[in-house]
Write a new protein. Structure first.
Length: 522
């Protein structure tokens, strides 16, 4: 087009062709800007979900800490440190994003957000990086280094991921470009970058922060659970049909290691009974899950079984120390009262109880307490009423005519808070839209010793941008389904204010049922 003498008509054609190419390039550029905007929206939605997960993880760690401060106290403190640093850093990034869009009329019109003026002035002044630019870069470095230090060498895999997420170039802070030249990391990523692309990059930084929180919390929880199932952390205990024996009676108890199953069998043992060495085959035998004792119970008094059990783990022989004791008594002087399932009784539940006195037939034993009813033999049922404690009195007569009586106090607890569920899934879940539409809403008592039949009579359903719908029954009605259909893919719908009751005890008022948060996958 540029060679030779051209007519006015040819020049006009050439000019129109150049304008066409420019317009085509402009359209492509706008499409790229729009794509960045959509990506930023998805990242922000993901960040909200990750925040919810992180809250759940931290609450789980807090619960573990309350149950076992020695094991989980330091882990929880480290988790709080990381969360506080993350919250401060995320807030700084959010403030930066807010300032970046000041003056933008429509923050959803991504095709107009093509200027790079804000960060060019904020981070770069001529050929130098401004104080704010240095601060931005230093915050990335500080967050990376501080989190890595808290994680320590035990969580090297998570620390390695943190270093990769928040890398700021090579050791000199440089990035190698496609033409093999080097440029400062900050200039490479944020100088002359369109506004919408820069915002997306900073949202990605926020996502990396939240992912770091999640990885750290999961690692802390899973790591401690792994330590707990290691044989090195196990202790031994004695298991027997009864806790006390008469003088001269054979003791048939069993040494077991706690938190184990029958697949954990010792390969050998070195044991003593009151200092006397025991012989395998004669005094004890090794069997699945532990060691079966075959010794006499000895004279009245306390007796100790001590020594070492040996297990194979990962090709190595692991030692588990044994130091347990039991008591031999001449005759009973008190009743034995125990709850079959727990050391407390629950209000609103028929609590099974076993009440007996060793050496006295069950038909010669009587027991009384408010709410206590005998079923048969030594089996009783307790239905506690008001108050915090209940006292059970048991009495009976020994063969020699001596009267034995004893009292035991049990704590009364309410049934714990049920968890809302959809298709038997609780908490925050991801489900296809159809599964939510046809799913059954329920209430579950997770890790509760009693199998109660809970029914749902109604609940509330909330979809983003839609009014809350009150539903009767345990499935979505037509109004709730209509609101569900309007929800976008990836959005979160909520099921809350779940009304639940015990099917065979409707008069008992359960605690408020926890909600279900559902992320729609399509």
């Amino acid at each position: 087009m540029a060679g030779g003498k051209q007519s006015p008509r040819q020049k006009m054609i050439n000019l129109m062709y150049l304008v066409f190419i420019a317009m085509l390039a402009l359209n492509i550029g706008k499409e790229v800007l729009a794509a960045f905007g959509v990506m930023n929206e998805k990242l922000e939605a993901t960040n909200i979900q990750t925040d919810q997960n992180n809250v759940a993880f931290l609450e789980s760690l807090d619960t573990k800490k309350s149950e076992d401060p020695e094991k989980y106290g330091k882990l929880y403190d480290k988790a709080v440190q990381i969360n506080e640093m993350s919250a401060e850093y995320t807030a700084y990034l959010q403030d930066l994003k807010t300032r970046m869009v000041e003056g933008v009329k429509d923050t959803k019109d991504y095709e107009t957000m093509d200027k790079s003026d804000f960060l060019d002035q904020e981070f770069f002044g001529g050929d130098k990086v401004t104080e704010e630019g240095q601060n931005f870069l230093q915050r990335i470095i500080d967050y990376r280094n501080n989190v890595t230090k808290i994680l320590g060498p035990k969580r090297a895999d998570v620390a390695s991921a943190v270093k990769a997420r928040f890398a700021t170039g090579d050791e000199n802070g440089k990035v190698t470009k496609r033409d093999n030249t080097k440029e400062d990391w900050l200039n490479y990523h944020y100088e002359r970058v369109p506004l919408v692309a820069a915002i997306t990059k900073i949202t990605q930084l926020q996502a990396d922060v939240k992912a770091t929180q999640q990885d750290a919390l999961k690692s802390m929880l899973e790591g401690e659970l792994t330590n707990q199932v290691s044989l090195k952390n196990f202790a031994t205990s004695l298991f027997a049909k009864k806790s006390a024996y008469y003088a001269g009676e054979k003791y048939d108890g069993k040494i077991i290691i706690s938190k184990t199953d029958n697949s954990s069998t010792p390969v050998r043992a070195e044991l003593t009974f009151d200092g006397r060495k025991l012989t395998e085959g004669k005094d004890y035998k090794i069997e699945a899950g532990g060691i079966k004792m075959m010794i006499g119970s000895g004279s009245a008094g306390d007796h100790e079984i001590a020594g070492t059990m040996f297990f194979k783990q990962d090709g190595e022989e692991i030692e588990v120390p044994v130091k347990n004791s039991f008591a031999t008594i001449s005759k009973p002087n008190a009743a034995l009262i125990a709850a079959d399932k727990m050391n407390v009784v629950y209000r609103g539940v028929s609590n099974p109880m076993s009440i007996s006195i060793p050496g006295i037939p069950n038909n010669k034993v009587s027991a009384s307490a408010s709410g206590l009813k005998k079923v048969s033999g030594s089996k009783y049922v307790m239905n506690p009423g008001k108050g915090r404690n209940v006292t059970i009195t048991a009495s009976g007569t020994l063969p020699d005519g001596q009267r034995v009586s004893s009292k035991s106090e049990f704590r009364i607890k309410d049934i714990p808070r049920p968890s809302g569920s959809i298709s038997k899934q609780t908490g925050s879940v991801k489900l296809p839209r159809k599964n939510v539409e046809i799913g059954s809403i329920g209430a579950m008592l997770e890790d509760f010793d009693f199998d109660l039949n809970l029914k749902v009579s109604g609940f509330k359903f909330k979809a983003p941008g839609q009014p809350t719908v009150s539903v009767s029954g345990s499935r979505l009605d037509s109004r709730a389904k209509s609101a569900l259909k309007r929800a976008k893919r990836g959005s979160t719908v909520q099921i809350f204010d779940i009304n639940a009751y015990i099917s065979n005890n409707k008069g008992y008022k359960l605690k408020k049922v926890s909600p279900v948060i559902i992320e729609l996958t399509n």
